[in-house]
Design a binder for this molecule. Structure first.
Ligand SMILES: [Zn+2]
Length: 243
């Protein structure tokens, strides 16, 4: 294999490491978002349960006030009963007092239901608090792990970039600029072997003369279709023998 091809293959490997490392860093960003989301969701659930507790408390107090109001009315009507000498008025007051008692009973039933809801909600609050604590605890661990992985990746990328520059310095300007053009396009298969007479990058059949020339060629050759660097492989030899 030509020395320049070997050097280009090393360059390609380093670039793949760098590209992969950068992709992993993007992935870590996504992981961070989902870790934060779990805590945010647990926090929202806890806030909802707290809000529900407040609302139930307000409801309970309102029912108690209503019942007390009815109680006050009963006292007033009872006094009026004692004072009146009119039978019709007396009977009307009895009816009003009965109504008040019915209302009180209804308010008390409603209050019992609210108290039951408060018990259920208190359990929910306990659960949401436990969920939030767990999510926050896990979040701290997960985030510090993600940070550590990112630091390591950045270190690895930095080191590979230094090595990459050293390798690139061994390659002539023309070859390197053709390689870099494909790298910038996002290609990861830039230096490829020829397989069964076809380019290993784009898989297009190469002209027979090109394949024949490749084995003895002392210079860098490019695929006429996808412009990547092509080089001789054993596979190409076998294909030629078969033909
Ligand atoms: Zn090609």
């Amino acid at each position: 294999m030509l020395e320049i091809i070997e050097t280009l293959l090393v360059l390609q490997n380093r670039d793949r490491t760098i590209v992969q490392g950068r992709a992993e860093i993007v992935g870590l960003g996504i992981e961070r978002v989902s870790v934060n989301e779990r805590s945010a969701n647990a926090e929202a659930a806890q806030a909802d349960a707290e809000q529900a507790a407040k609302e139930l408390e307000v409801k309970k107090n309102a029912l108690e006030m209503e019942a007390a109001g009815e109680q006050t009315k009963i006292i007033t009507y009872s006094k009026q009963q004692l004072e009146t000498k009119d039978n019709t008025q007396y009977r009307a007051l009895v009816k009003q007092i009965d109504n008040c008692k019915k209302n009180i009973s209804n308010f008390e039933t409603d209050e019992l239901m609210v108290l039951e809801e408060m018990d259920v909600n208190a359990e929910t609050q306990k659960q949401t608090k436990a969920d939030l604590d767990a999510a926050n605890h896990d979040m701290a661990t997960a985030l510090s792990e993600i940070d550590e992985r990112e630091t390591n990746l950045q270190k690895q990328i930095g080191e590979t970039e230094t090595l990459r520059a050293e390798t690139a310095a061994q390659i002539d300007e023309d070859t390197l600029s053709r390689y870099d053009r494909l790298l910038k396009k996002g290609r990861s298969n830039i230096v490829v072997g020829v397989e069964h007479g076809a380019c290993g990058g784009c898989h297009m059949k190469l002209p027979t003369a090109e394949v024949a020339n490749l084995k003895s060629s002392q210079e860098v050759n490019y695929c006429p279709n996808c412009t990547c660097v092509i080089y001789y492989t054993r596979d190409m030899n076998l294909a030629a023998e078969e033909a």
